[in-house]
Design a protein around this ligand. Structure first.
Ligand SMILES: *[C@@H]1O[C@H](CO)[C@@H](O)[C@H](O)[C@H]1NC(C)=O
Length: 847
């Protein structure tokens, strides 16, 4: 999704180095001290064109983690290297032991020629430690002209692990004492990604031909190095005004590439998210139309959709975009610099005579400025749009550090067709800011776009009899002590939630549906079967927007083996609550009471305060308190049930890695389960429907992973939970020939009573809610300096007996380890299979 810089041919008129046949000292091409500006020691452009998953330079060393087909290059004034006595290319590298890569020399027929040719030498057998490579110029294929060298490119990295590069030089010697086995079986073609570049409409920018970048899709700024683009390197100090459009570049980066570099409009344009309460409607009946409620980090930064399910992204131009910060339904925008931008698309909204503009609450420090671009398109094609930009100054906006409502009236954007609005884009931020919900406002005066949450759909509301139990009461917790309960066992809670234990009460505020407060009910496996006829009683005040979970220990009653706990059942506090008391029949918890281990208060879906004063088990319920029926809540599974089985359950990630995953599971000849998010299946640009059709045909299991990947239990109401399930189930059926499945993996592993019950309700069947007991922790390690921790995490969990995997193909390092993961699993002697097979599902295909 990143904007990609595109090389377009001619470099600046060459500086030919003075003839001096003896070489006194090496010529440093790059010491990486200026890497942050994309310039090397010779003052010219150097980049990976965003082909690496991460790249940075520190203390003269470039560290990077390649994606598939990644490359990195240095350009410089044309070098008559041989004439000037240089004999080699030298550099210091650290790559994986046994690793390899290609080094490509880019040279021209003469320094005044415009096109370069590539000559490649593979470097193999890396030591795994830092080593200096000396490649004699004579080792490159004869197509290389060592008297007109214009660039060096590294590519073909043998692994997507961490690499380092430093000290790139032309050397005076060919002393290869430290050189590895550079072999001569070189190919003379460049990697596809580096063919000499697609010429712009006008040919190329700069050079002697005088071509420019105007109208070029990668951006209209021509850097002094002969490249068209839209980033600072091209548009700011790099800009060559003669050949590009540099005016106002800093505050308004060329945006042509912004929209075109992103996915095409979703095919779901006729669907609307549940929170969207209005479509363009006649005045008088109008209600504000939500564009984004900043409700899901994954929707914004992984799936790139706004609340209208239209594309939205910063194309990784920001340092970060954090949703839910500083408060729910807000986003904090942290720009890298003024070239950072962020956009949201609409499905060609007709605002004429309905909406007067777009409004949102903004909090920004005093003195902040930025610009706002609105696009409209006669053909409803966001890539072919009229773009009009105004600044915060044009709108008369000032900021003072407090949150206020701001409106963006369409009449400030002359030339825009308000009947066909396609995109809003924010850029040129001088400081970090936060936005509240953003949407179209009705009429001519900006009004706040409120998040409308539909009122809860009532669940089945019959009540059941409440017979008396026979066991004596058991006080579990009166909150007398800070970190242990009345049974003397541990009580604690997740970091991030606000819990105060004081005055024999626990006061809880949780902003996140992932947080839990735990209280342990037994040292190991205590048999609570005698309480089967009893009731869990919780005395509370405040909110009841949470779940209560009773946990079951594993079959060995051993907390050092996985999974621990083995499962739990979550029930909805509000269904069982009345007048400050919650009574839940112990029998409503679908677990083996014989192995009860603990209780969790969790799944908070509002940030409202909850105060608990007593947790106990009692034999009876006051006559005034009726008990609702037990709702189906599915099976929450963390491990395979079939003896000696092991299952890879892979959640989808970045479409670009799908083919590699497909290839590896094929090579390893195993069957796996893919949990796939619904919305991207309908987005043709992801190709994911085709990928999963192929996987399904190859015998893999396709399963549900929600429609837009929110924390399901965090959703505000039944309607929005149901919508996620329904759209997902319908999409899977539509894309996969009527296919229906009851296997679901909760995004982020976020679980609670409502998401379970609504899933069972929507499916009309008992779901298998698939968690995991082997976590490769890709979310934690994949993008760090120690991606190999993923292997360690995998091995650790497998050693503990885990046999159900969670991983995503989001990062090259994770995909790079997939083969090893599979081989480690095979080495356990267990049989690898799909999740439904390992659950002994009678409907699963035979092994
Ligand atoms: C889309 O996926 C299919 C199935 O895996 C594959 O054959 C095809 O090459 C992919 N297309 C693109 C453009 O990647």
């Amino acid at each position: 999704m990143r904007g990609i810089l595109m090389r377009i041919g001619a470099l600046l008129a060459p500086k030919v180095t003075a003839a001096a046949a003896t070489c006194n000292s090496a010529l440093t091409v790059d010491d990486f001290s200026k890497f942050s500006t994309n310039l090397n020691t010779l003052g010219e452009w150097t980049s990976d064109d965003s082909t690496m998953s991460s790249i940075s330079a520190k203390s003269g060393v470039l560290s990077f983690t390649p994606k598939t087909n990644a490359y990195f290059y240095e350009t410089f004034p044309c070098q008559a290297a041989t004439e000037n006595g240089y004999k080699s290319i030298q550099f210091t590298v650290k790559g994986p032991k046994g690793g390899s890569m290609n080094v490509e020399l880019q040279s021209k027929t003469s320094c005044s020629a415009s096109d370069f040719k590539s000559a490649i030498v593979p470097v193999t057998g890396l030591t795994g430690s830092t080593q200096t490579i000396t490649l004699p110029l004579s080792s490159f294929p004869s197509s290389a002209n060592t008297n007109a060298i214009s660039g060096i490119l590294w590519s073909g990295f043998s692994s997507n692990s961490a690499w380092e590069l430093s000290n790139v030089k032309f050397g005076c010697t060919t002393d290869a004492s430290t050189a590895p086995s550079a072999t001569k079986d070189a190919v003379s073609t460049a990697p596809a990604s580096q063919k000499s570049g697609t010429p712009s409409k006008d040919g190329s920018c700069a050079g002697t031909s005088g071509f420019n970048c105007l109208g070029w899709s990668e951006g209209e700024c021509c850097s002094q190095y002969g490249w068209c683009g839209s980033t600072d390197g091209h548009c700011k100090t790099g800009c060559n005004a003669l050949y590009g459009n540099c005016a106002g570049a800093a505050s308004s980066p060329a945006t042509k590439d912004v929209v075109s570099s992103t996915r095409t409009t979703l095919l779901t344009s006729t669907r609307t998210a549940p929170a969207t309460t209005a479509s363009a409607s006649a005045p008088g009946t109008c209600s504000n139309l939500l564009i984004d409620d900043w409700v899901s980090q994954s929707r914004l930064t992984f799936l790139f959709y706004n609340a209208m399910l239209q594309p939205s992204s910063d194309d990784a131009s920001m340092t970060s975009l954090v949703v839910g910060s500083p408060s729910p339904n807000h986003v904090t925008i942290n720009p890298k610099d003024t070239s950072s931008y962020f956009y949201s698309q609409f499905d060609c909204v007709n605002a004429k005579n309905v909406y007067g503009g777009i409004s949102l609450k903004i909090k920004a420090p005093k003195g902040t400025t930025f610009s706002i671009e609105l696009d409209s398109s006669a053909t409803c094609d966001p890539t072919k749009a009229v773009q009009v930009t105004v600044t915060t100054a044009d709108l008369g906006w000032t900021f003072d550090g407090t949150e206020k409502l701001y409106s963006i009236p369409f009449n400030k954007f002359s030339g825009i067709d308000t009947g066909k609005l396609t995109t809003i884009l924010f850029a040129g931020f001088t400081k970090s800011v936060s936005f509240g919900p953003m949407g179209f406002y009705c009429g001519n005066t900006g009004t706040e776009v409120k998040i409308t949450t539909t009122s809860a759909v009532a669940g089945p509301s019959s009540t059941v009899a409440a017979p008396k139990g026979t066991a004596a009461a058991l006080v579990i917790d009166k909150f007398a002590k800070a970190d242990s309960n009345a049974l003397g066992f541990w009580r604690g809670y997740d970091e991030g939630m606000k819990v105060t234990i004081s005055g024999s009460k626990a006061t809880i505020i949780s902003q996140d549906a992932d947080y839990s407060l735990y209280t342990q009910l037994s040292a190991s496996c205590t048999d609570y079967t005698k309480y089967k006829g009893s009731y869990l009683h919780i005395a509370y005040s405040g909110s009841t927007a949470f779940s209560i979970a009773l946990q079951q220990h594993n079959s060995k009653c051993d907390d050092s083996i996985a999974p621990y706990p083995e499962t739990w059942d979550s029930l909805e506090a509000s269904r069982y609550a009345k007048d400050g008391h919650i009574y839940i029949p112990m029998s409503h918890f679908n677990i083996e009471l014989k192995r009860t281990i603990g209780l969790a208060i969790k799944g908070f879906y509002k940030a409202d305060q909850v105060v608990l004063s007593t947790i106990e088990i009692v034999p009876s319920v006051p006559a005034t308190h009726s008990i609702p029926n037990k709702l189906e809540s599915g099976d929450l599974v963390f491990a395979c049930k079939r003896p000696n089985s092991f299952a890879f359950a892979i959640d989808d990630g970045s479409p670009e890695y799908a083919q590699e995953v497909l290839k590896i599971v094929k090579e390893e000849n195993i069957k796996v389960t893919f949990f796939t998010v619904g919305a991207p299946l309908l987005d043709e640009s992801t190709n994911l429907t085709n990928v999963y059709r192929e996987m399904e045909a190859a015998g893999h299991q396709i399963a549900l992973h929600s429609y837009t990947h929110p924390k399901m239990e965090g959703l505000p109401d039944y309607a929005s939970i149901d919508w996620e399930y329904k759209e997902d189930i319908d999409t899977v059926a539509k894309q996969f020939n009527g296919y229906h499945t009851n296997y679901f993996r909760p995004p982020f592993g976020n679980e609670g009573a409502r998401m379970r019950q609504r899933l069972a309700q929507t499916l009309g069947a008992k779901p298998t809610i698939t968690m995991w007991s082997v976590d490769v922790e890709d979310w934690l390690w994949a993008e760090t300096d120690t991606p190999e921790e993923q292997l360690k995490a995998f091995e650790r969990d497998v050693k503990k007996g885990g046999n159900l995997v969670v991983m995503h193909y989001l990062y090259p390092s994770t995909v790079g380890y997939l083969k090893q993961f599979i081989q480690i699993a095979k080495a356990t002697g267990k049989q690898l299979m799909r999740v439904d097979q390992c659950m002994q599902d009678p409907d699963a295909p035979a092994l």
